[in-house]
Write a protein that binds this ligand. Sequence first.
Ligand SMILES: [Zn+2]
Length: 413
Amino acid sequence: MRIDIDRDRLVGTMREQAAIGGTEGGGLHRLALSDADREARDWFVDCATAAGLDTRIDAFGNTFARREGTDPDAAPVLAGSHLDSQPDGGIYDGALGVVAALELVRTLDDRGIETRRPIELVNWTNEEGSRFPPAMQGSGVWAGAHDIEEEYAKTDADGTRLGDELERIGYRGDHPAEPREPYHAYLELHPEQGPHLEETGADVGIVTGIVGLRWAEITLHGQANHSGTTPMQHRSDALVAAADVVTAIRRLPGTLGERTVATVGSLDVQPDSVNVIPETVTFTTDLRDPSEGVLETAVARMEAEVAAAADREGIDYEVEGTMHAPSVDFPDRPVEAVADATADLGYDGRRMVSGAGHDATHAASVCDAAMVFAVSEDGKSHTEDEFTSWADCYRSANVLANAALDLADAVGE
Ligand SMILES: [Zn+2]
């Protein structure tokens, strides 16, 4: 059985959510647990209630909405994403996945279709991690990757506790933040956030997994001194060593896998003065690859470059791993459900590995998971300029709906 979602209603619903925390530049400023996030959450609960779904909120604010199946003992199919955004982010990132999941149940209702398995929609708390670290936090708590008390204690730049904000906006729910039953599958639609689909002319992405990543913070300890009076041979310049490492990291992927990427995105120089030799430099590294073996090699080479650069400059250093997310391979069953739906609908699908982390990363540790990617025009993401055409929103949401229907077993097929 194949279904066709209501394109106009999908677009209308996307516009409704985009008005909550919308910016003048046509983007979204809807940071996790802000007033705008509360408003978006209330809107989601209202939509779910209007669709006749039972909603429940867990102790970390993850919000679920359930459409019952005909078999009360069957494990549900879960579908959703997140409604929080980056500062001045785009209107599609996260929201498209939630709106598409809503459109799935609305379409089933329109057509009077029952499924054997229950279908649950989910809006995860704080996927973005920009106000409170880390990213993918709500799904991580739910999946047991993080301790809930530790996450409640996280603070934003103003020192506000996450747990207090959750309470303030009324989304510290009564249900335990954990899977309350076995789940059959998790499906998430998300914009690609990269250029591959557009470059290859594909309609949708059939996501087969998510790259692993390793983050580290590196500190180099040089010696501050007068820039005019210290001879060059007497210097221990932490920034010179850091510059060597930054350049080496830019070149690292060329010696590794085809899909390896490596970035130094943040750098702090102390004392940061025009006429003082830099004493301490702290910077971050972000290494990603679909293969754990390649990642381990990348980390070892990065550490060797730091050691060599520090040695040349005669200085001490520390390397601290700050995040370790293993790569995820989605299992065949849900991936094939996405691929079959794509083919049946006559769309041109491209199999790909996600370069960004998603809530599906954590959901995949609980049940079979897979993702659908929508085309991101110019590959732009985390900016107001993020753009996915309504035609691409429709196509990708249609794939999600049909893959979910396949996994949930339509009754009377
Ligand atoms: Zn997202």
